[in-house]
Design a protein around this ligand. Structure first.
Ligand code: IPM
Ligand code: MG
Length: 359
């Protein structure tokens, strides 16, 4: 199979972790006899450093004409003072929109070898295997009007949360379909005791559930869900939620399973899938060679699975990561007390070695 992929390393640790993810992709493609056609383009601060647009036209064009996009991270404090629409993050938000990627899947799994790495007790985190289904193109991130207006001292800032029934329905269906391949449970997370958006959300999700017999739907307010996620993470299967709640809960899920650096994500539903690790650009450790590439590597697995339907290949990547963890290799972000840590490059090489060893 020919895999046409656009690579967007982006900012901060993005290039370092993406480089390792691409090496893993090459190893798995080689092992299974696939051909890769990779193009590298710029996004976020990396694009702003050479131009005025965090998502230049030739980046959009390359993405739209490939089968999948693999991104590293965006965000660079050097551009924090830029107006909102020119910040690095705006490039990513526009890319998600351009690609029509409304469904963001964020699995959080506690690998058996990592039960001791969680800040939670091993007996609480053991067996955690949940999937956050985050609506990605609506809510506060995109709602209009939005502004900061008025004179200094009495300025007023406005953001708007809006959700239409079609947007709720299409993401709900993604969650129900996924649940059928898992443990048949969907937890819809909202704030229906306060927000109109959430009232409509709950109503539409409940209505959709009727088409998925066998899937058990429950609802929880987001504050309560945040608490339950640390008290009994293994009870969660599919978590369906709107954009902002999903952003917050997915970082929390990363903390629960040991490190945000381990979390992968797939943004699908449009013509071209966008694959991004959940962690950000982490400017504080960028360029030090210590970033955890496993989130980006596991993102490759999601890409193989969701954009190319290459399940065996995806599983190969996931088992390689699991094997490397079982062998005890750690990067600094999740090395336990007294446990040594290896660099980004070393971790990537361990996974590549493990993939090759399967032959
Ligand atoms: C994420 C990130 C992004 C988001 C930022 C970088 C815009 O935090 O993918 O979770 O908020 O969606
Ligand atoms: Mg986030």
């Amino acid at each position: 199979m020919l895999l046409k992929i656009t690579i967007l390393p982006g900012d901060g640790i993005g290039p370092e972790v993406t480089e390792q993810a691409v090496l893993v992709l090459q190893a798995v493609a080689e092992g299974f006899g696939h051909q890769l056609q990779l193009r590298h383009r710029k996004i976020g601060g990396a694009a702003l450093a050479i131009g005025e647009d965090p998502l230049p036209p030739d980046t959009i064009q390359a993405c739209l004409s490939s089968a999948a996009v693999l991104m590293g991270a965006v965000g660079n404090p050097a551009f924090d003072h830029y107006p909102n629409h020119l910040r690095p993050e705006a490039g990513l938000l526009r890319l998600r929109t351009e690609l029509g990627a409304f469904a963001n899947l964020r699995p959080a799994i506690c690998f058996p070898a990592l039960e001791q790495s969680s800040p939670l007790r091993a007996d609480i985190v053991r067996g955690t295997d949940l999937m956050i289904v985050r609506e990605l193109l609506g809510g506060l991130y995109f709602g209009e009007p939005r502004s900061i207006a008025g004179v200094p001292g009495s300025r007023v800032a406005t953001n708007t949360m809006t959700y239409g029934e079609p947007a709720i329905e299409r993401i709900a269906r993604v969650a129900f379909v996924l649940a059928r391949k898992r443990r048949n449970k969907v937890l819809s997370v909202d704030k229906a005791n306060v927000l109109e958006c959430s009232r409509l959300w709950r109503e539409v999700v409940t209505r959709c559930a009727k088409d998925y017999s066998g899937v058990q739907l429950s609802h929880m307010y987001v504050d309560s869900a945040a608490m339950s996620l640390v008290q009994r993470p293994k009870d969660f299967d599919v978590v369906l939620t709107e954009n902002m709640f999903g952003d917050i809960l997915s970082d929390q899920a990363g903390g629960v399973v040991g490190s945000l650096g381990l979390l992968a994500s797939a943004s699908i539903g449009g013509a071209v899938g966008l694959y991004e690790p959940v962690h950000g650009s982490a400017p504080d450790i960028a360029g030090k060679g210590i970033a955890n590439p496993l989130g980006a590597i596991l993102t490759v697995a999601l890409m193989l699975r969701h954009s190319f339907q290459l399940e065996q290949e995806a599983l190969r990547v996931e088992s390689a990561v699991s094997a490397v963890l079982t062998q005890g290799w750690r990067t600094a972000d999740f090395a336990g007390k007294g446990q040594g840590s290896i660099s980004t490059i070393e971790m990537g090489s361990k996974v590549v070695e493990s993939i090759r060893a399967f032959k």
